[in-house]
Each structure stands twice: as C-alpha cells, then as structure tokens.
Design a protein around this ligand. Sequence first.
Ligand code: NAD
Ligand code: GLY
Length: 378
Amino acid sequence: MSESKTRAGNTTVHVALGERSYDIHIGEGLLSRAGEIVAPFLKRPLTAIVTDAHVAEAHLATLERALSAKGIRSTAIVMPPGEATKSYQHLADLCDRLLAAGIERRDRIIAFGGGVIGDLAGFAAAILRRGVDFIQIPTTLLAQVDSSVGGKTGINSPHGKNLIGAFHQPLAVISDIGLLSTLPRRELAAGYAEVAKYGLLGDKAFFEWLEGSAPAIMRGNSEALIRAIRSSCEAKARIVAEDETETGVRALLNLGHTFGHALEAATGYSQRLLHGEGVAIGMVQAFRFSERQGLCAPGAADRVAKHLKSAGLPVHASQIPGDLPPPATLLEIMRQDKKAQGGKLTFILVRDIGDAFIARDVAEHDVLDFLTGDLRQR
Ligand code: NAD
Ligand code: GLY
C-alpha cells in the first residue's frame, strides 16, 4: 500500500495485490473526470453502468457526460435501491440485462452506487461470461471507505447476509466526495460507523482524531472527509494486501459485524436498521462483551458509544424501532454467520480502543448470557 498526493488535496491510495493491484482515487471533481480515468482500462469504448434509482436521479447524467466526452458509449442499468436488491432474482435480472447490453468478456462494467450496487454488480461481473472486470465508483460514505475496496462481492440468501459471493477485485476505485452531498444524513452516519471501525480495530490515534473531527466530517468538510476516507482506505488496503481472502487478519474488519448482522437479519434487512447502524450497535456490543469477559478495561465501551452517538448513530439495540426476537434467536442467527467455523462462534473482541483481536472459540453460553443482560437494558 502506498499513498501519493495529487492536486487540490485529491489523493490516491494503492492496493498492492500483485497483478490484481489497483488505485483508489479520492477527492473532489472526480466524477466529471471519470471518462479520463476509466478510458485506459477499456479494450473498446463501451461499458455498462450499474446503478440504483436514487443515484441515477442525482448523478447518472454527470457520469454519462464524462464518459461520452471521451467517446465512451454506455448503457445504464438502473436497479431498485435497497438491501433487498442483493438477491438471486435481481442478480439474474442484472446478468441478463448486461448480456442484452452486449457486454463481452473483454468489456468492463462500472458499479455506480453504494455497497448494495457495488456488491451486486461486482458479483455479476465475477460470474458473467466466467468473469468480466469492473470499476467501482462508490457513492456512499460506507462504500467509499469499505465496500468498494477489497474485492468482496455478493448477495444475500434467505439463510443470511452475503452468503453467496466471490472475491473479485475492481480495476480501480473512484471516490468523489462531491457525491456525498446528496446522501441522506442517516446514510452518511451509517457510513461513519465503518470509518470509526478502522480506529477502533487498530488505530487509536485515528480514533482520537475522529473524536475531534466527526462534526466536520458530518458537515461535509472536504479536508476532513478526504482525510477520513484516505486513512480508512489505507487501513483497509494494508489488511487486504496481507490477507486478500480472509484466512486471518482480514477478519478484524468484521468488528461489530457478528452482533450487527444478527440484528440486521432479525429486522429483515429493512429500513429499521441500516447496515452501518447494525455495525455501530455491534461494535459497542463487542466492547461491552469484551469488558464483561475481563478482556478490556472498563470505560472503553462507554467512550465508543458516546462517540458513535455524537455522529448520530444508534448505540444500543433498544434504539431499533419495533420488537426484536429473543436472545436465543439472535444466537441462532449468529450460528449461520459465515464467520462461524466448525460450530464455534468467531467474534472480533478488543483489549482496548485500537486493539482488536480474533477470538475463534467464544462459548455460546457466554454470548447468550451477555445478550440476555444487554437486551434487558434500555
Ligand atoms: P446502499 O447501497 O443501500 O445505499 C444507501 C442508500 O443511499 C440507498 O437508498 C441508495 O440508493 C442511496 N444512495 C447511494 N448513493 C447516494 C447518493 N450519492 N446520493 C443519494 N442517495 C444515495 O447502502 P450502503 O450503506 O452504501 O451499503 C450497504 C451494503 O454494503 C450492505 O449490503 C453491506 O453488506 C455491504 N458492504 C459490503 C462490504 C464489502 O466489503 N463488500 C463492506 C461493507 C458493507
Ligand atoms: N467489510 C469486511 C471486508 O471487506 O473484509
């Protein structure tokens, strides 16, 4: 991983993966330069843009103009917004529409949206004609700091989240912070949870910087946003370069996710709980559980909760509207999580802020006791 400064604060982070290496372009005004950035990757001046209806309404015309300014013809495929689009049905529909658009194996697809579109379009690219390359243009904070980087693609199954998928690295990532100006505040906060995650899992100094900078980031201050996205991408690039397919250290990126995914599944992947909100609640639970197990000094969980709350995030399951299933059902959902191995639950636990570790043998009764106590608290 290396990082180089370019003009006007724009910056590039390199993901070092041998022949699958790529650059993440971060900054302002990049969407209107997308044709220039994308053109060197194309074998012929034709592409398909996969997006969703919200992104299409706000930004598709700018992208299409930027491509056609460089003589690139594009077909836009507009999917419905929302987590439910990461499904078998929408995957089949998307693959057929890509084939109908004349996409051949040598062509490149553009994933233009949040994590839902990036995961779905990336997976479609991985399987279409046995593998087509793709470029990520992430449009949410969550996608700019996390899902567009690292090559995890996939869809959900009725059995759980992201259970069907492939590792398929993009050729490039183009993160224009201007895209975030149309993002609803709740979605911006959900993305912020993944920014905070990098501090919490391995970089206390970054977390401390965030404690002072969250208001500027949430206001859309360019300098603060670029720094937050750059530091997040550097952290992710470092981890992915070391462990591309999650046989080890990459699991740290799942801090808060085992708890969070269970809550997401329990709320039907609906607007009741966004992915980043589940991660926020899940990270606080991971800190509280670690404290309860005597692994982490008391006080860290409260500090994490205070910070995430200040960014507008929920920090306790009781803030999720509507009823939740009992703790035993949440535990049952955790057993289906793909991070479960040989029937044992794997959690990312913490010794301190910035010091997470992989715990592969967590006793189910400890988790059940914790959830029972935690869910009782309001
Ligand atoms: P999302 O893609 O559903 O986007 C959130 C909402 O914002 C949608 O309604 C979308 O239409 C809208 N939107 C997107 N960009 C916009 C913009 N610029 N202006 C206005 N509206 C805009 O959600 P997300 O939070 O980006 O991603 C969540 C998904 O990412 C989950 O499915 C999660 O599993 C996945 N994820 C994947 C990885 C990975 O490594 N592949 C990592 C983290 C999360
Ligand atoms: N978001 C977890 C990962 O990319 O590994």
